[in-house]
Design a protein around this ligand. Structure first.
Ligand code: UDP
Length: 459
């Protein structure tokens, strides 16, 4: 491929705006993934357009990230935040506006990388209309999610989602699983058909790891001797923050006057994340932990490296996680991780090497894992070093973008003529062979049945 127009891609992320502030309601890993993948691909020479849904009149319709990477916000339904379980009905308008954008800008995207099931539907529609090739990343699987939540909390849209997730697995050009565990779930719970590649999520290894622990503590005004436990992420019951709070309450260091719990993540009062934050705060108060617990609010990507570096341990207590960016950000920052023994966390965190894994929602197991690290500073440093190394080797954004770029390039290659001709010869031969076989068989049957007929004698 030599012309830049050929190296063009649309990343579609209907509900996860790559240009928005991260750490607020429904803005988390997917937004970070799309933005960093987009920006890294642009550095590799791709023309990257990232499409998302516009949620307010004040938002710019186009945000330039770099010379050849931009976010484009399309109207789909009302111009306000809509929870992801209620967006499906607006998708036909999203598709229409995507096509209008193509016409107005004289572009046809031959390659579309969709994110989350809502965008996968958009990609499949485009495929029908203009035969664009589709790569898809799930970010979360309905089949796994609905297995881990109470029946009464399963949304009405669940059956549509499950059907769309099965269809895209079977028909997309390629599915990107971000961990071997996610691939396994696709195979066992969604479909045995379809092409899956494993390409993990990544992190910015220059940003995370740019500051040492002492300097980070100075900056945040944290005592050198303090034992700091950190949570970073959205406020959502499935993130398991309650397990973490209860575990810290059981820590052997609980009454040492030396323990600090920092909970980082944004929320809006009255919204679902605000409700969860209030619930967690209430538990903290009930357990008498408020004097050593800080709700740090939304932490920007600029300040996050300082928080990770200042912590002794970062805890990811999710009920389920297809990948879990926070775990690799912490490891890149030289901080060991205690995480739930589920999904992609089993891939990112190596138990006893870069941190510890504990059964999800198991307060005792989390408490003892956290204490093992807090009480063994030398071992903590060993885990930290191994974590940093693992991220450098496996999870840098540039490495991940390179793998994606190779995949896209391969998909955009025209089918080699020789192989097409070979396939044609082969399928014609197979057709001739099977037709001949059927002909012989039906002739034999005809002869046999004729012989069985009673002979009619003319009178
Ligand atoms: N994040 C952030 N500020 C916050 C909280 C979270 O920038 O206050 C980012 C965090 O750094 C990570 C992402 O949000 O990159 C969360 O991704 P993860 O995969 O851990 O969880 P998800 O949101 O996808 O469930």
């Amino acid at each position: 491929m030599n012309s830049t127009t050929e190296k063009r891609i649309a990343l579609i992320s209907v509900h996860g705006d790559p240009a928005i502030e991260i750490g607020k309601e429904e803005a988390g890993g997917q937004n970070v993934y799309v933005r960093y993948v987009g920006e890294a691909l642009a550095r590799l020479g791709w023309q990257v357009d990232m499409f998302t849904r516009k949620v307010s009149l004040e938002q710019d319709s186009i945000v330039e990230h770099s010379d050849n990477c931009r976010t484009i916000r399309l109207k789909a339904g009302c111009l306000e935040f809509v929870p992801r379980d209620e967006i499906f009905e607006y998708l036909p308008e999203f598709v229409d506006n995507f096509r209008k954008f193509q016409v107005e800008n004289d572009i046809t995207y031959q390659l579309v990388h969709t994110n989350y099931w809502l965008s996968s539907w958009v990609g499949m529609e485009l495929n029908k209309i203009q035969e664009s090739k589709q790569v898809h990343t799930y970010h979360s699987l309905g089949a796994v999610k609905y297995n881990t939540i109470e029946k009464e909390n399963i949304p009405l849209i669940a059956s549509v989602r499950l059907a769309v997730e099965k269809e895209v697995l079977e028909i997309a050009e390629r599915i990107v699983a971000t961990s071997p565990q996610e691939k396994e779930h696709m195979r066992s719970l969604v479909s045995t058909k379809g092409n899956i590649d494993i390409i993990p999520c990544g992190t910015d290894i220059q940003r995370f790891g740019s500051i040492a622990r002492e300097a980070a503590r100075d900056e945040l005004g944290i005592d050198k001797e303090a034992k700091v436990v950190l949570y970073v992420g959205r406020f959502d019951p499935r993130k398991g923050i309650e397990t973490l709070v209860r575990a810290v309450n059981e820590s052997g260091l609980r009454d040492s006057n030396n323990l600090q719990l920092i909970i980082g993540g944004g929320s809006t009062p009255g919204n679902s994340d605000g409700i969860e934050r209030d619930r967690i705060e209430q538990i903290v108060n009930e357990l008498g932990m408020s004097d050593f617990t800080t709700f740090a609010g939304r932490l920007s990507q600029d300040v996050l490296p300082t928080y990770y570096a200042a912590a002794d341990v970062c805890v990811v207590p999710s009920h389920y996680e297809p990948f879990g960016l926070v775990a690799i950000e912490a490891m890149a920052s030289g901080t060991p991780v205690v995480a739930s023994d589920v999904g992609g966390l089993q891939f990112t965190v190596v138990d006893e090497e870069t941190g510890l894994l504990a059964p999800p929602q198991d307060v005792d197991a989390f408490a003892s894992a956290i204490d093992r690290i807090l009480l063994n500073p030398e071992w903590r440093d060993e885990l930290a070093k191994a974590g940093r190394k693992r991220v450098e080797n496996k999870f840098s954004w540039d490495g991940v973008a390179n793998q994606l770029s190779e995949l896209y390039t391969q998909l955009l290659q025209p089918q080699p003529l020789a192989s097409t001709a070979k396939e044609l010869v082969q399928s014609t031969a197979e057709l001739v062979q099977s037709t001949a076989k059927e002909l012989v068989q039906s002739t034999a049957e005809l002869v046999q049945s004729t012989l069985k007929q009673p002979v009619l004698v003319a009178k």
